[in-house]
Design a protein. Structure first.
Length: 393
């Protein structure tokens, strides 16, 4: 009998273990990692000729990425080959498919394409180039006028403002501006003003940052000093120029300088700088009653930022407030949209990666790999560009 009881206990223990294994077992969660792709060094030796710098590889692969780093600029492909690689000898403006070099008071401006061919020549520019949304703008020398030119260098329209411009963005055929006197204005492709707004509620009225979503449906602005506010507008009606405020938030004392604000992840959310961190508002949050932004604390000042921010992942580079050479590449994972508004502060694990490095300057660019969900990151410091794939393992 004693032996049978022992056998029965063993069987019971085994059964309990099997039941526990199937009930309590949980899959191991995947971790987000950066898998290195390539490393490219910028040539900075004195014997490196301009002809060699301008020479493009015979075969370029994938999307060309504009970069500026270590007093050099150009375009690099998905394999780390340079399509253009030049020293900075004057001011430059780079976009995804156009670039230009210009002097402090340019009489003419030459717009080049990404294979170093002259695309547009603008004479008597009397201002400074801005290349946005595949369009060519000239900001007047007094910063109180904006004009657009076509690809042949012909003037399309010009608009005079009541105060110097402090912010500008363009998307979906629209141009959004903010000015020193605290006015927000929106223009269509013909230069006609279709929206005008003057935020109130601050001791000093000024627009410190503005952004328009890729589809033109949303406008985000950072405005005012003492107190500073974040405002989000949504388009309604049928005229295309009617917008209403759907969210606003006070931002403590705020900044007295231009502030970064941008739409991410195919206009799913808007991210903006705020003191000691960043704010993020989820446009797709379903709960109107609990709509609010979340705050993600950061140390130091933002020096480079990810403008894609898809799949709930977002990257930026910060510099230490004590030593500008001390940089950090920071990875952030946003909480699900349904959790926005339930807590003002992001979860403690929102910052999932911190990679320190030393450099006087920094570069960061993120792009999606074709139609897949994967994305790649190009980060730079000193004279080195490094590419990573964002993967889950």
């Amino acid at each position: 009998m004693a032996q049978k009881k022992r056998r029965l206990k063993v069987v019971i223990i085994i059964l309990i273990f099997v039941v526990y294994f199937f009930i309590a077992a949980r899959p191991v969660p995947k971790e987000t990692v950066l898998a290195s792709q390539w490393i490219s060094s910028l040539p900075v030796s004195s014997f490196f000729s301009n002809a060699e710098a301008d020479a493009a590889p015979q075969v370029l692969s994938g999307q060309l990425v504009p970069f500026t780093l270590a007093n050099r600029f150009g375009y690099v492909d998905s394999l780390g080959q340079f399509a253009i690689e030049k020293p900075k000898t004057s001011d430059i403006y780079l976009s995804k498919n156009m670039w230009t070099e210009y002097s402090a008071e340019p009489e003419r401006i030459i717009i080049n394409n990404i294979v170093h061919e002259t695309q547009t020549l603008i004479n008597n520019a009397r201002g400074y180039p801005i290349l946005l949304d595949n369009r060519i703008f000239i900001l007047g020398s007094e910063q109180n006028s904006l004009s657009e030119y076509d690809a042949a260098g012909n003037l399309k329209w010009i608009y005079e403002f009541g105060a110097p411009l402090t912010a500008i963005d363009a998307a979906s055929g629209l141009v959004l501006t903010g000015s020193l006197d605290g006015v927000v204005e929106l223009f269509n492709s013909d230069g006609e003003r279709i929206f005008y707004f003057e935020p109130t509620g601050s001791r000093f009225s000024v627009i410190l940052g503005c952004a328009i979503s890729r589809n033109g449906s949303y406008i985000g602005i950072i405005c005012g000093i003492d107190q500073q506010r974040f405002l989000l507008f949504e388009r309604f009606g049928v005229s295309g120029g009617e917008y209403r405020i759907v969210y606003h938030e006070f931002l403590e004392i705020g900044f007295r300088r231009p502030v970064r604000i941008l739409f991410l992840d195919e206009d799913r959310r808007v991210v903006f700088e705020r003191e000691n961190g960043i704010g993020c508002y989820s446009i797709k949050s379903k709960s109107i009653k609990t709509r609010s932004s979340i705050f993600i604390p950061l140390e130091g000042e933002i020096t480079a930022i990810d403008e894609l921010g898809d799949n709930n992942f977002f990257f930026l580079v910060t510099s230490s407030p004590f030593n500008n050479q001390d940089k950090k590449l920071i990875g952030i994972k946003f909480p699900p949209d349904r959790l926005f508004g339930l807590a003002r502060n992001a979860p403690k694990d929102a910052v999932f990666m911190k990679a320190p490095f030393k450099s006087d300057d920094a570069f960061l660019y993120r792009s999606r790999s074709g139609a897949s969900a994967e994305s790649s990151i190009i980060a730079g410091g000193g004279t080195v560009l490094i590419s990573f794939n964002l993967e889950e393992k």
